[in-house]
Design a protein around this ligand. Sequence first.
Ligand SMILES: Nc1ncnc2c1ncn2[C@@H]1O[C@H](COP(=O)(O)OP(=O)(O)OP(=O)(O)O)[C@@H](O)[C@H]1O
Length: 612
Amino acid sequence: MSTTTPQKFEFQAEIKQLLDIVIHSLYTEKEIFVRELVSNASDALEKLRHTQLTEKEIHDDLPLEITITTDETAKTITIQDYGIGMTRAELVQNLGTIAHSGSKQFLKALGEGGAKNSNLIGQFGVGFYSAFMVAKSVKVYSHSWKKEEPGHVWTSDGSGSYTVEEAADQRRGCKIVIELKDDCDEFAKDWRIKEILTRYSAFVGFPITLNGKKFETVQALWLRSKNEIKDEEYTEFYKFQAHAHDEPMLRLHFSADAPLAINALLFVPSENTERYGFARLEPSVALHCRKVLIDAKPKDLLPEWLRFLKGVVDSEDLPLNISRETMQDKALIEKLNKVITKRFLKLLDEEATQRPDAYVKFYGEFGLFLKEGAALDFTHKDQLVKLLRFESSLTEKTKTTSLADYVSRMGAEQKEIYFLVGKDRTAIESGPYLEGFKARNLEVLFCYEPVDEYVFNNVREFDGKKIIAADHGDVKLADIPQQGEALSEAEVKDLTKWLKETLGEQVAEVKSSDRLVDSPALATNADKFMSAHMRRMMKAMNKDGADTPTKVDLEINPRHAVIKKLATMRTTDADKAELVAEQLLDNTLIAAGMMEDPSRMLARLNKLLESV
Ligand SMILES: Nc1ncnc2c1ncn2[C@@H]1O[C@H](COP(=O)(O)OP(=O)(O)OP(=O)(O)O)[C@@H](O)[C@H]1O
């Protein structure tokens, strides 16, 4: 059998099938063939670099680089590398059969005891065959690094067979010449290829020349060792990769081997743009496999609440095959998700304990995302709740506490964690709900953001202790000695009965309260389902249920001067007492943030003023 005449081979049956799928259905974005071939070229160069370490005799002394040329007239694109190349047998085996992964074999050849080089581990894929999406014919000119082997050309139109024949004067490596289909001639245009390279191959580790011009690649910083990288390099990389102009606030650079090989470089930007009313952020940690972009905005790589992160995750364990288009390999992505989220939470935990000031700054910008996660991400809820921070009745203004610190301050008799929602510290401190807790030395967390109540309703407990709204009607507080003379039980009974009759439908129940100290009365939500703040939020969102009339429970303070006066007045001056009762109720609604139209109070207040 002569090797100088073309020898014809049938593709293995599986390859025929694969080609059929690749050409006709699966790859919708034809442009990715450039990414695949450049990635193969880069692999081949990497392999040569390794071979150079052990082999003296290598064919051709050529730079490790990739050259791409396009020819609009001939409608061709040529991708050439001076890599490891293929022998005749390798051409047949690598490009004609499926049960083979060149990279795997290469690794094995490196030897069991050989250095672990993650860049070489590749998996079987359709990489090369993607060329047939755009090709009338493909020619692979190749010369192995082995001096004694002759060069060859492999030719196919992808229809079922290919030929191999000897070809003289071949440079080391591979030169792949694609004759483009008529409707694919866009890939013979310089600008189009440049665009594709920019999108997918910006981090390829070897110089690329396109039609004689150097294509600027960027270092894949995430693959370098941490202690070699300067802060400025990280910042520069962040700006390039995230198309950002700011300095990142935090970064996380790590690699892991189990359960998957991962190299990740993540950044927290300096600002949360969602907070300023910009559009909801899209996931933007890009997924790479050995420097080659798989997906710039992978949906499930990170939990929703981490959508503010920027950066790159690179895993060589992701199969370089069609699934990178459709992301079917959910299990792998889930594993990545788990590892990265865990690492990031660990980073935040370290920040919170070791650099509390920096953490407070981070929390100020991105705390809302942690709250979202605490409320919705069941898997990471516990770790996230630990990271939440609130002002409280025991902290100074603007200083915050964690729930763990809150719990450490709880007295033996305190079983629950309390919180109050309000516009700001002043609103909460001047309202009637806090005083009963203050009088009993019970700490109350202050929540200023509308989502806080929703978050706590979902979180429900921390460290085995229930988290409860301090203004909830069911809160029971321990008896304590109270200052001042109270109305008698009989007087209270009469007064509450009269108040219920006078206020009618506006109140569900009127009762004497043990949680009031300085205020005459307070309102709690009678419907039990929705607190005042929840109701306001729902109303703002036009949700059903927010428009049903509010009926509250009114709690009165039997020691308060106003209440004592009212008890007498209702028999001596019934008309005025009625006005006072109505105003008393409105005052509690204002304190609860439930007053919707204060103008209706004006006539009443004027009447009351007349009687002064
Ligand atoms: N430019 C090249 N130089 C040398 N060998 C190559 C080149 N391109 C492809 N090959 C060989 O052909 C094999 C098959 O390539 P193909 O792109 O189909 O799969 P792969 O590269 O192994 O997998 P993947 O594309 O998923 O990484 C490769 O493993 C490699 O051995």
